[in-house]
Design a binder for this molecule. Structure first.
Ligand SMILES: NC(=O)c1ccc[n+]([C@@H]2O[C@H](COP(=O)([O-])OP(=O)(O)OC[C@H]3O[C@@H](n4cnc5c(N)ncnc54)[C@H](O)[C@@H]3O)[C@@H](O)[C@H]2O)c1
Ligand SMILES: [Zn+2]
Length: 484
């Protein structure tokens, strides 16, 4: 019985406003989890033998809702039978996309919330919602109904935004969504994350990765291969990474190389990995000779970003992620960033910020066209600072300082107004980040380290100079001729 109930809870119900993309998302999640998919509206049409507008027209909305409730009940009780025999290693057993008003009835909502997880697509603006509900088959013109509906959708705890990275990598951002993604899967977890979260999530990882960048090594990749072998993972199996950028990069790389490549799913748990490392398809490990030297492009088929994980991050780790968020604001924002963000970012903020990277990656998935260089904004100086300080300055701190230093370079080259570095520095400072070089470290000391940066191109270094909000430019600078 225990297993049965557990299995039933693994259903994912995709819900949201009419025309919000429920069927597309439901189908995409099911495909990536390798489980069945049911579209409730389609099932109603099949069972009734007529279209939904026709049912509304001839029998009215109340009758439609009765039919809908019955089809939903039958579907869920049918699943209980199917899922009871479902192998535990296959996780979520079904994804169901609901109609735009299915959960207006309390009994339906209770049923879905008890038997699975409702992923409610984030509600669009009131006007957009009014337009969509107005355009929905059979519904009457609306006034306050759009507002009521908006409140209804907003009342679901697990609201999600979804989009595609390059190479059909599906990104879902929300809250409370990780348990349904992880249930019964082949999870590789960061040790700290496993300690803090495995119990709460109800997952037991088959392999763990010791926490910390010092473990991002070929030896850890090899230990994952051995764990894959012991688990008997074959070409059709999927591994799931649960952890920060280190766990994601290592698990992705182990997946890229296991039997010449098996699919993987990424569940990032630090802010930095949510807004940066989780997308873009880069996987790999460090060598004594340098960071990220061994690696492969291997896009995860699904990235599930659950903002609940932020609750256990230290303020320092939140600040590290915030640094990359400000970098994205500099790259992708037209105009100044919105007012002061305090506290932890919401899923909507994470999704919007991540889109900056995703748009660039889509244009240049494998970094062959030079577009992805923009994502390196502030990083040429940042990497030099990290090296010069023996990595005592964290990556996020180095990015903040690096962006400000590079903004000064932009000013000297007349690419930005004199006020720009100060404006950018204020934004980083508001996130609790440093904005000037640590005592005793001069810009001159950084130059040889930058010339050794892997983005070096002949005698010159390509910088992605921040020149204003939404204005980052790839500029070649010959450091042998020009000082910083
Ligand atoms: N693939 C890419 O495109 C890409 C992009 C940027 C960075 N990276 C890589 O990402 C790594 C940095 O990522 P990171 O900052 O996430 O580092 P990380 O994975 O080392 O995580 C930082 C620390 O946070 C802990 N942690 C993770 N989730 C937690 C949680 N929810 N609560 C409490 N503690 C938690 C970890 O155990 C670790 O100690 C670097 O190796 C970098 O090279 C990759
Ligand atoms: Zn970075």
């Amino acid at each position: 019985m225990g297993d049965r109930v557990e299995n039933i809870r693994r259903a994912i119900f995709v819900y949201g406003a009419p025309a919000s993309g429920k069927s597309t998302l439901g189908r995409a999640i099911a495909e990536r989890l390798g489980v069945g998919f049911v579209d409730l509206d389609e099932r109603i049409v099949t069972e009734e033998g007529t279209s939904i507008p026709e049912i509304f027209k001839t029998r009215g909305e109340a009758a439609f809702r009765d039919i809908e409730s019955k089809v939903l009940r039958d579907l869920i009780s049918g699943l209980a039978g199917e899922q009871a025999s479902f192998n535990l290693r296959h996780g979520a057993a079904v994804v169901v996309s609901l109609g735009g008003g299915t959960l207006l009835r309390d009994e339906n909502r209770a049923l879905c919330e008890e038997r699975g997880t409702v992923f409610c697509l984030d509600t669009p603006s009131d006007e957009e919602l009014a337009r969509r509900i107005g355009a929905a088959p059979g519904s009457r013109p609306l006034g306050d109904r759009a507002k009521e509906r908006a409140a209804h959708y907003a009342s679901f705890p697990n609201r999600v935004a979804a989009f595609f990275d390059a190479q059909s990598s599906l990104v879902v951002v929300g809250r409370g969504i990780a348990p349904a993604i992880l249930a019964g899967r082949n999870v590789v977890a960061d040790e700290t994350v496993a300690r803090l979260w495995a119990g709460r999530l109800g997952v037991s990882p088959f392999a763990t990765i010791p926490s910390g960048e010092e473990h991002k090594t070929p030896a850890t990749v090899a230990s994952l291969w051995h764990a894959f072998a012991e688990r008997g993972l074959g070409r059709k199996d999927t591994v799931v990474a649960l952890g920060g950028g280190v766990a994601g990069d290592l698990t992705g790389f182990a997946a890229a190389t296991w039997m010449r490549g098996i699919p993987w799913i990424n569940v990032p748990t630090t802010l930095l990995s949510m807004v940066d490392a989780s997308t873009g398809g880069k996987t790999g490990c460090d060598l004594p000779e340098g960071k990220n030297l061994a690696g492969a492009f291997h896009f995860p088929k699904l990235v599930a970003i659950d903002a609940d994980f932020l609750d256990t991050l230290s303020p320092k780790l939140v600040a590290d992620g915030r640094a990359e968020m400000v970098k994205h604001e500099a790259i992708g924002l037209a105009g100044k960033p919105k007012v002061e963000s305090s506290g932890l970012p919401s899923p909507a903020e994470i999704a919007e910020n991540l889109m900056v990277k995703v748009r660039i990656v889509r244009e240049d998935p494998l970094e062959t066209l030079g577009r992805r260089i923009l994502l390196n904004c502030g990083h040429t100086v940042a990497h030099a600072i990290e090296k010069a300080t023996g990595y005592r300055v964290s990556h996020g701190e180095a990015v903040a300082i690096g962006c400000v230093e590079e903004a000064k370079v932009a000013v000297r080259r007349n690419l930005a107004p004199a006020s720009w570095p100060g404006e950018l520095a204020a934004r980083f400072a508001a996130m609790g980040l440093p904005t000037s070089l640590p005592d005793g470290l001069s810009p001159e000391a950084l130059v040889p380290l930058m010339r050794g940066d892997k983005k070096r191109d002949g005698g010159t270094v390509v910088f992605a100079l921040p020149c204003g909000w939404g204005d980052v430019r790839g500029i070649r600078i010959d450091l042998s001729k020009e000082s910083l």
